[in-house]
Each structure stands twice: as structure tokens, then as C-alpha cells.
Ligand binder design. Structure first.
Ligand SMILES: [Zn+2]
Length: 165
């Protein structure tokens, strides 16, 4: 069942309220990843993985992250794959392997995993607070969340398009 943005946001918010979830973005993503019970590995070296940020193999309960990414992008990819592990492992999806490419096709499942990743990396209320405190300064917001300015810009546009920022 694919959830909408508000459902995903509330899901993340609820799990943050009901547990001692770290406020640091990287720790928070790591915390949710650990709940999946999956193993984390680097993608194998080789050209065939160029352009792939992350990969999940449900059968092996393993998430692979491209070691060439920046730290912020590694955590975004981990958050994205964590969403697949939490929500998509038992639904008999056409493929047992999902890739996160730098240009991901917008299938409903990929969209859902990305929405979850954004909510996990930039929880809505924290993001709005940081946006106001930093008067929309993308660099400052990025360093507050330990994420890339590119992701911050995307988060801003997404929320502005929904009249939520
Ligand atoms: Zn994916």
C-alpha cells in the first residue's frame, strides 16, 4: 500500500515520539536502519555500479551503498533503502532487487521510498524550524542537518509546492 506524504510524515513523527530517536541526522538514519535487521555493505567496485547510489537485495537482507557518494548522500541513500526494507520487502514486487540511481525512475515505490528518506533526513517540523532560524540560508540548513545543499534545495521546493513552507 503506497502512502501519501502526510501519512509518511506522521509515520516518521510517531516513531520519533515513541522512541528515543537521535536528533543528529546521521544517527537518526542509522537508528531506523538498525530496526530493519538488514546488513549494510558497500557496493562492489566496478563501472557497472556507476550512477547507482544504493541497492537492496531483500532475499539477502542486505543494503548496499555506493562508497563514492558524499557523506550526506550516503545517509540519504541509506534512508531510502531503509524505507524499502521497512515497507516493501514482503509485497512480492516484480523485482527482489531495487536500485537507487542518481536519476531514479518515478515508480510509486521509488517515490514512496524517497518521501520517507526526506522525512527521515529532514523531519518536517525540524526542517521548518531550521528554515526559519536560518532565514532560508541553504548552506546553514544543510550543515544543521549534515546533508547536501542539493537535498535541502529539493526539500524546500517540494514543501513550497505544497504550500507547506
Ligand atoms: Zn529505491
Amino acid at each position: 500500500m503506497i502512502k501519501n506524504t502526510i501519512d509518511i510524515r506522521n509515520k516518521v513523527k510517531d516513531s520519533m515520539l515513541s522512541a528515543k530517536v537521535p536528533s543528529d541526522t546521521h544517527d537518526r538514519v542509522g537508528y531506523f536502519f538498525k530496526k530493519t535487521g538488514y546488513t549494510l555493505k558497500g557496493l562492489p567496485h566496478g563501472d557497472s555500479y556507476d550512477g547507482i547510489s544504493g541497492m537492496i537485495i531483500f532475499k539477502l537482507k542486505t543494503i548496499f551503498i555506493n562508497h563514492k557518494l558524499s557523506t550526506g548522500e550516503k545517509f540519504f541513500a541509506l534512508a531510502h533503502e531503509t524505507a524499502h526494507a521497512l515497507f516493501h520487502s514482503e509485497q512480492g514486487h516484480s523485482s527482489s532487487i531495487h536500485y537507487l540511481k542518481q536519476r531514479t525512475k518515478k515508480t510509486p515505490i521509488e517515490t514512496e521510498a524517497n518521501k520517507y528518506a526526506y522525512e527521515l533526513c529532514f523531519p518536517y517540523e525540524n526542517f521548518v524550524k531550521s528554515y526559519r532560524e536560518n532565514q532560508g540560508d541553504v548552506k546553514k540548513i544543510a550543515s544543521h542537518f549534515f546533508m547536501t545543499t542539493d537535498r535541502v534545495n529539493k526539500r524546500i521546493s517540494f514543501l513550497q509546492n505544497r504550500n507547506e513552507l
